[in-house]
Write a protein that binds this ligand. Structure first.
Ligand SMILES: Cc1cc2nc3c(=O)[nH]c(=O)nc-3n(C[C@H](O)[C@H](O)[C@H](O)COP(=O)(O)O)c2cc1C
Length: 204
């Protein structure tokens, strides 16, 4: 199992493609496993302490169907102690008043459940009127990508964002390999120095 779980919700394949790129081209080999929220469940998410969630926005500022359906699963997951980075796809010219709203709604959902959110992204370079992903301090709550209007900016945005979150997500940690042979005896911790020093003082 890798140390990072990437989960995505996608209607027409754009978010799925970006999630695959993050896993295969931007993170070290073996660092992340990839899941479609359409078929993932709470146990899949709970298995990781470092998570990336990606979602598009559909309807008029709505979640995509698979993420909407997944929301009750969060009741089964203890998100406190988990570090989560978010990315969201939207269309700033088609939906200037609801840019990447689903990203903002997901952020609120996970924050309220105790997750530590990382990977905020500057709002400069986007042309929009309102967005629930806009934190109001010059940052979105995650990386916003616009494959409809700015696909040429995506590679640079992705590499800068992944570089920024690598440390938070411990992306350089080696994948967790199962033990070749199970330990037959539990290891005993060595006595601490202070205990040893105290007993030698008592003996003197
Ligand atoms: C029916 C429909 C509704 C959309 N609604 C929004 C919206 O409210 N806000 C937004 O930023 N983008 C909206 N978009 C744009 C998509 O989020 C964008 O095209 C995205 O890349 C789709 O990603 P996906 O293929 O992973 O679903 C909408 C697109 C469609 C087709």
């Amino acid at each position: 199992m890798a140390s990072i779980g990437i989960f995505f919700a996608s209607e027409t394949g754009n978010t799925a493609e970006i999630a695959r790129l993050i896993q295969q081209q931007y993170l070290p080999a073996g660092a992340a496993d990839l899941y479609d929220l359409e078929i993932a469940d709470a146990a899949d998410v709970d298995a990781y302490d470092s998570l990336i969630f990606g979602t598009s926005t559909m309807g008029c500022g709505d979640y995509p169907t698979s993420l909407e359906a997944f929301l009750p699963e969060f009741d089964e997951i203890d998100l406190s102690g988990k570090t989560v980075a978010l990315f969201g796809l939207g269309d700033q010219y088609g939906y200037p008043g609801e840019l990447a709203d689903a990203l903002g709604m997901l952020y609120e959902e996970l924050r309220a459940r105790g997750a530590e959110l990382v990977g905020f992204w500057p709002t400069v370079g986007y042309d929009f009127e309102a967005s629930r992903a806009d934190l109001g301090d010059g940052y979105f709550c995650g990386l916003v990508l616009d494959q409809d209007n700015q696909p040429q900016l995506t590679p640079h945005r992705l590499s800068a964002w992944v570089e920024a979150i690598r440390g938070d997500l411990q992306a350089d940690r080696a994948p967790i390999e199962p033990l070749a042979q199970p330990l037959v005896e539990p290891l005993r911790p060595a006595p601490s120095r202070s205990v040893a020093a105290a007993s030698s003082r008592r003996a003197a």
